[in-house]
Design a protein around this ligand. Structure first.
Ligand SMILES: C[S@@+](CC[C@H](N)C(=O)[O-])C[C@H]1O[C@@H](n2cnc3c(N)ncnc32)[C@H](O)[C@@H]1O
Length: 262
């Protein structure tokens, strides 16, 4: 198994736009869902696939001066050093960079990308402290057009996201069914207090959602082109993502949490 098969380059300018856009779009939902895990001063947390670092910062605001947040990513250029956060540039396929236990482990849009997600899931469960929470957010559905400036534009939007979901993502071992399996996996791992929520919202051209999609398409342009998207279609999609006449559903996510017995 190769060390990492991650399709995107978080360290690039498009990668930065991708992860900062995700924070703008998902920050509120994450704060609400993760907030229920009740992060406390002095706790030790793990933020896997830390991206821009915003969730690690949010956690560190709660763990305070006596706690620690371990922030792990393949690419850590966007993570700002601050007291209470330990940053590790690390491939999770090689195991945890530091041993557990952790009171809270959070990973948003990470395991969906990892071919060894089942094994890594087990490793995360093992790293939980008694009473510790595992909180995973995963993509389960791709963007879908609601209305577009023309039927031709509608067809371009549908084609690019269909090729991304059916060819490019699966070729990189992304698994969009995983998000719906997490609840059962947590139950089988004997985690308690299980709860899952699906989340999607509408967006229009010019919204921050489009920033995420633009950056994704830019990073995945070679495989999208190889799978049949023409340069004109990819260029038109980028225009549509800035056109207020383009209305669509953003990615759908499933967030799941479970707790190790005390
Ligand atoms: C889709 S982004 C999500 C970023 C962040 N969790 C968020 O939701 O905003 C996936 C993140 O996981 C990181 N990542 C991917 N494969 C990884 C691996 N094998 N080990 C560590 N981090 C990885 C990427 O660099 C990227 O920052």
């Amino acid at each position: 198994m190769p060390e990492s098969e991650y399709l995107f380059d978080t360290g690039s300018e498009s990668g930065r736009q991708h992860v900062t856009g995700l924070d703008l779009v998902l920050g509120r939902k994450t704060a609400e869902f993760l907030g229920t895990a009740g992060i406390l001063p002095g706790q030790r947390c793990l933020e896997l696939g830390a991206g821009s670092g915003s969730v690690a910062n949010w956690m560190a605001d709660r763990t305070g001066p006596d706690g620690t947040v371990v922030a792990v990513d393949l690419e850590t250029d966007h993570l700002l050093e601050r007291p209470g956060i330990e940053i590790y540039r690390h491939d999770i396929n090689d195991g945890l960079p530091v041993p557990g236990p952790f009171d809270v482990i959070h990973a948003r849009l990470v395991l969906v990308h990892l071919p060894r997600r089942e094994e890594i899931f087990e490793m995360l469960v093992d790293a939980l402290a008694p009473g510790g929470w595992l909180v995973l957010g995963e993509v389960v559905h791709f963007p879908q057009s609601i209305s577009a400036p023309s039927t031709h534009d509608e067809a371009i939007f549908a084609k690019v996201w269909r090729i991304a979901a059916e060819i490019v993502g699966p070729a990189a071992d992304q698994d969009y069914r995983w998000g719906h399996r997490v609840y059962r996996r947590m139950a089988a791992a004997e985690l308690h207090e299980l709860h899952a929520e699906e989340f999607s919202e509408t967006a229009m051209g010019g919204d921050p959602h489009g920033e995420v999609l633009e950056a994704l398409v830019r990073q995945a342009e070679p495989p999208l082109a190889a799978a049949g998207c023409t340069p004109d279609e990819l260029a038109r999609l980028q225009e549509l993502l800035r056109d207020p006449l383009m209305r669509y559903w953003f990615f759908r996510l499933v967030y799941t949490r479970g707790r190790k017995p005390c």
